[in-house]
Design a protein. Structure first.
Length: 365
């Protein structure tokens, strides 16, 4: 008599962009997994219609008590509020993880409630989209994206979680929770504030001369793209990572003051060295991976493993006179399909390419 293999149960609390994308990605990579969702009834209905979940939990205890892995995909404030209840319902070997952009405060709270029940590991997927909600969920969202894990205890068995995330295409980076927050403050939270400030400065000047926004293209649009991020998402991040963000703001202020000094002293050679140094470090960032801020000119296309699919992609773009700057096969699964990274010179060109490919029923992010 054959041995019946365990059907893994994954519960997702919060079925927005990240939660819904996790459900779709896990189901695509492991059809045997049972995905249980918990959110408002209306959101759970939409998630089931999109096949992001297999079942809707009737309560938080129903979602957590039968799960092997629980993903908390809500804002940081809600994560902190949910931790006590989830710890009560979790089984001893249940892995509980979150997707919050701040890890230190979550770890501090989790230590209190997961001392003897369940296995908690902080998580932060470096992936996102300009869209939000279950309607914008995408199974390709985590392909080649860095996914930070911050285990609460070093000896905890988090291998099932790591294996699951690798199967959906994520690149795992294990680090300390406090170190995560320091890094995020410098390369994610600070850029957000700079983009907001730059956009508002240009808007203020535009009141006196409309040419400012009329000429705002190219580099300005690239630098300020994230200024469109909704504040409710950032409210918790700035609240709970205030200390590290303030420190990076002070360091940025010093760097800008040094530029001011260089200009005052006409020290062009000193400024030239900074430009060259910045270019060198910028060029060293891998072009085929997504991090805290992924390149806006890259898109990822998933195709079935059959002859002619690449020609279908390139022909569709050629017909619309859309030029591909670079193309790379990022990942392939024999007999199933693969993921291509397509690069374009501008963000607008990438968006046009996405529209063209989606009209051809080609799956693209």
């Amino acid at each position: 008599m054959p041995i019946k293999r365990h059907q893994p149960v994954v519960s997702i609390i919060g079925l927005g962009l990240i939660g819904g994308s996790l459900g779709l990605a896990i189901k695509q990579s492991n059809p045997r997994a049972k995905i249980v969702g918990f959110d408002s009834p209306a959101v759970m209905r939409r998630a089931r219609n999109r096949k992001a979940i297999d079942a809707a939990a009737s309560s938080l205890s129903d979602a957590v008590s039968r799960a092997d892995i629980v993903f908390m995909c809500t804002p940081v404030e809600s994560i902190l509020e949910l931790l006590p209840a989830i710890s009560r319902f979790a089984q001893p070997r249940t892995i509980v993880t979150d997707v919050g952009s701040v890890k230190g405060v979550v770890h501090s709270r989790a230590k209190k409630y997961f001392a003897s029940r369940g296995i908690f590991v902080g998580g932060h997927p470096m992936a996102g989209s300009e869209g939000s909600g279950i309607e914008h969920a995408d199974p390709l969202l985590f392909q080649n994206a860095v996914y930070v894990l911050c285990p609460l205890r070093r000896k905890s068995n988090v291998q099932p979680l790591i294996a699951l995330l690798k199967r959906i295409g994520a690149r795992i980076l294990v680090m300390d929770a406090r170190e995560h927050d320091r890094v995020a403050a410098a390369i994610s939270h600070l850029p957000q504030l700079l983009a907001v400030s730059l956009m508002n400065l240009a808007a203020l000047k535009n009141k006196r001369n409309p040419a400012f926004l009329q000429l705002a293209a190219g580099g300005f649009r690239d630098m300020t793209r994230i200024a469109s991020s909704p504040f409710p998402i950032w409210k918790d991040i700035l609240k709970y990572n205030k200390s590290d963000v303030r420190q990076t703001l002070r360091e940025m202020e010093m760097a800008l003051r040094q530029f001011d000094k260089d200009l005052l002293e006409v020290s062009l050679s000193r400024m030239g060295k900074k430009f060259m140094s910045a270019k060198s470090y910028r060029d060293s960032i891998p072009k085929n991976s997504k991090g805290f801020l992924h390149p806006t000119h890259d898109i990822y296309v998933w195709v079935n493993d059959k002859p002619g699919v690449l020609a279908q992609i390139t022909s569709a773009l050629f017909d619309k006179r859309i030029n591909i700057s670079d193309i790379e096969l990022v990942k392939i699964r024999e007999g199933q399909g693969g993921t291509f990274r397509l690069s374009f010179e501008t963000h607008d060109t990438a968006q046009k390419a996405i529209a063209v490919l989606r009209r051809k029923k080609i799956r693209v992010q």
